[in-house]
Design a protein around this ligand. Structure first.
Ligand SMILES: [Zn+2]
Length: 428
């Protein structure tokens, strides 16, 4: 079957001229400026309307938020910010969408009335009462310094294209920069016949540019038919996962190993005067160390996912709410380090590419509590993570918590094959 596949490719990029670099920086600036205009308007609105902590934020419409073009007009006449008209219009428009997303995200947690740690510290030490601006998740101003800058632009009638390893992006009508070119380091070419859908340009804190190109292409995918080699993966706090054959993932704790070193470098950073030359130098050390850990981790996860997807026809994973675990303070560190969520995605897409099966067990499936021998449900295990091994009260089987769970997932997959997949294959 011919299927449309979307995929992202990330490349290090170098602007082909100083004018192009300036142009890109102005795009980031427009995105940030437009976002900040929205935030300023929001704060002003909340102050005027005596916002109560715990309340949701009103919709943009209810606030009477000006349109992007109204904001542009106003900025040009008030502050002479003519550059807003000289950059890609998508940069400004994206800001509005990001702002909208930030509001939606905040509204989900507004009832918690949680303040940021820094604000609570300030209150304790200096007696300064926190305000709505200090609420966790409240949209806040984007600073120019020290943060990653980015903007996204979309392909319209072929105005984004590649030529000799140079990626060309659209410019603004009024801009003097006609060819926004970035020389790419293409270690991995875009798939043959792929269509560029959108491009996100980012500049990291070192001032290096990256582009993330989202492409669409069609690919012939043939189903493998009935799956034979089936594997269950149970999420594990300490090992990333345990599989239904009893093997642990052996996840190298890169982050933990590097943690001490990182902590040391961060301490040095905190002692330096913010914004000074020595501080800037140290900041680069810290950020490249963080980058290194992140890259190693991603690389390892991809390789592991690749190996599993090649070996098995169907993989069943737990439908676990990783966000809830991430918020648990005892687990948060470890969770950041092992990225099971990304791992699931990598496996899914690597299996589907080969016409194989990725199955997420349903939310209610109690993989941990079921006895994989007799299906008795041992509710005493619920929330009790300390129990690593147990004896089934019904059949007496001695079970390892994680392996048993992985085995249950595998069995779920086997049933799933009979119920959902096999009939389809027979019909086809
Ligand atoms: Zn049993």
């Amino acid at each position: 079957m011919l299927e449309l596949v979307n995929r992202g490719y990330v490349y290090r990029a170098i602007p082909i001229s100083d004018e192009v670099e300036t142009y890109l920086r102005q795009c980031f600036g427009a995105d940030r400026k437009m976002y900040n205009l929205h935030v300023a308007y929001l704060y002003n609105y909340l102050e005027k309307n005596e916002y109560q902590i715990g309340d949701k934020l009103p919709s943009l419409k209810k606030m009477g938020m000006p349109t992007v073009s109204a904001f542009k007009k106003q900025s040009v006449s008030d502050d002479n910010l003519a550059y807003l008209y000289l950059v890609d219009a998508f940069a400004s428009n994206e800001a509005k969408q990001h702002f909208n997303k930030a509001i939606t995200a905040f509204n989900k947690i507004a009832y918690k009335k949680q303040y940021k740690k820094a604000a609570l510290k300030r209150q304790k030490k200096l007696g300064i009462e926190p305000t709505f601006r200090d609420l966790k998740g409240m949209p806040k101003f984007h600073a120019r310094k020290g943060s990653k800058a980015s903007y996204t632009t979309f392909n319209q009638n072929g105005n984004i294209y590649m030529e000799n390893d140079i990626l060309y992006l659209p410019s603004a009508q009024k801009s003097s920069v006609k060819a926004v070119g970035l020389k790419l380091h293409t270690h991995r070419p875009l798939p043959q016949g792929s269509k560029i859908k959108n491009v996100t340009v980012t500049m990291n804190t070192k001032g290096q540019f990256d582009v993330s190109i989202c492409v669409e292409f069609s690919k012939e995918i043939t189903s493998i038919g009935a799956p034979i080699r089936i594997m269950g993966l149970d999420y594990s706090q300490s090992h990333l996962f345990v599989d239904s054959e009893g093997k642990k993932a052996n996840y190298p704790q890169y982050y933990r190993k590097m943690k001490e070193r990182l902590a040391k470098e961060q301490r040095i950073l905190s002692r330096r005067v913010k914004g000074s030359n020595r501080w800037e130098k140290q900041r680069l050390i810290v950020s490249s160390l963080q980058n290194k850990v992140a890259n190693q981790r991603k690389d390892w996860l991809h390789k592991k996912a690749y190996a599993l997807a090649n070996r098995y026809d169907m993989i069943i994973v737990e439908n676990i709410d990783l966000r809830a675990i991430g918020q648990n303070k005892h687990y948060a560190k470890n969770q950041q380090d092992n990225g099971f969520g990304n791992f699931r995605l990598y496996i899914k897409y690597k299996l589907e590419q080969q016409g194989k099966y990725y199955v997420k067990a349903p939310k209610g499936f109690a993989s941990t509590q079921l006895c994989s021998t007799c299906s008795h449900k041992n509710t005493a295990l619920k929330g009790n993570v300390a129990v690593r091994e147990w004896d089934c009260p019904s059949c007496g089987a001695h079970l390892d918590r994680d392996i048993n769970a992985a085995f249950n997932l595998k069995q779920y997959g086997e049933r799933y094959t009979k119920d959902k997949i096999l009939p389809q294959i027979v019909v086809a």
